[in-house]
Ligand binder design. Structure first.
Ligand code: ACO
Ligand code: ZN
Length: 226
């Protein structure tokens, strides 16, 4: 009987000891060897995916003191396509997207933000579209909802029923967790606006975000209103 009680207590402590890695985002129990092993593997794969060794031909579309933005197009060399895909997979797994193939991969343009430590810390996938539902700003009155509830309502809320003209659809935007709130997403979007259609500058209204996450919506609302 005493053994049973002991078991329950141990299980509880394991739950309690769950940690989230601030780099790769994996939730694991640091005092469980199997979990630790899984994390080490996942962490390494994550770092490999965002590592940038430099390419023979790089399409640099913007340069900053803390990094640069490269554009990868569908007909680019294999090494560039592979890196864009690897980073997109990292982003997708964080966004909880199951699907690995893009709806219109052949036309997608991928923007990668490379920092001075040679890591891909930002990824944005843009596609040509003709129309989109406008994202509406809504007050968040449900502070005590579960995450699922929140997502559910959020998605139901966020779009008007009126189709509006748009030219560029942002199907993914992701910034490495440790590089957020440094204007990387803002700079990637500004760069998309000036380079997406050759010779023209898109307005914020001509951009549309597909199915934004809570983070994505907070960012998009801020971006579109400034
Ligand atoms: N909470 C509140 N406000 C925010 C947030 C947030 N999490 N993120 C951005 N903002 C607002 C802020 O006002 C910010 O300005 P400030 O830092 O001066 O206050 C402004 O937006 C600009 O933010 P950036 O620094 O340019 O954005 P960042 O580089 O941090 O990237 C992003 C934002 C892409 C949403 C990032 O948090 C991320 O990758 N999140 C996880 C993945 C995700 O949810 N992506 C969006 C999916 S939706 C889609 O792909 C269509
Ligand atoms: Zn990790």
């Amino acid at each position: 009987k005493q053994d049973d009680d002991q078991l329950i207590i141990d299980a509880g402590q394991k739950q309690f000891g769950a940690t989230t890695c601030s780099s790769c985002g994996m939730i694991y129990s640091a005092d469980n060897p199997e979990d630790n092993f899984q994390h080490t593997q996942f962490h390494q794969r994550f770092l490999d995916s965002i590592k940038f060794v430099g390419w023979k031909k790089e399409r640099v579309v913007a340069e900053f003191w803390d990094g640069k933005i490269l554009l990868v197009l569908p007909d680019d060399p294999k090494y560039a396509i592979k890196k864009a895909e690897d980073v997109r997979c990292v982003a997708d797994s964080e966004l909880g997207f199951q699907q690995v193939t893009l709806s219109r991969a052949a036309q997608a343009k991928t923007y990668l933000f490379i920092n001075t430590e040679r890591m891909v810390v930002g990824c944005l996938v843009a596609e040509h579209i003709r129309q989109a539902y406008r994202v509406l700003e809504q007050p968040d009155q449900h502070k005590d909802m579960t995450k699922d509830d929140f997502m559910e309502r959020h998605r139901a809320w966020c779009c008007s029923t009126v189709l509006e003209k748009a030219l560029c659809g942002i199907s993914r935007i992701w910034v490495f967790s440790q590089a957020r709130r440094q204007g990387i997403a803002t700079r990637m979007l500004d760069t998309v606006r000036s380079t997406f259609i050759y010779g023209s500058h898109l307005t914020k209204n001509e951009m549309a975000f597909s199915d934004p996450t809570p983070d994505g919506k907070l960012f998009a609302t801020k971006y579109c209103n400034t």
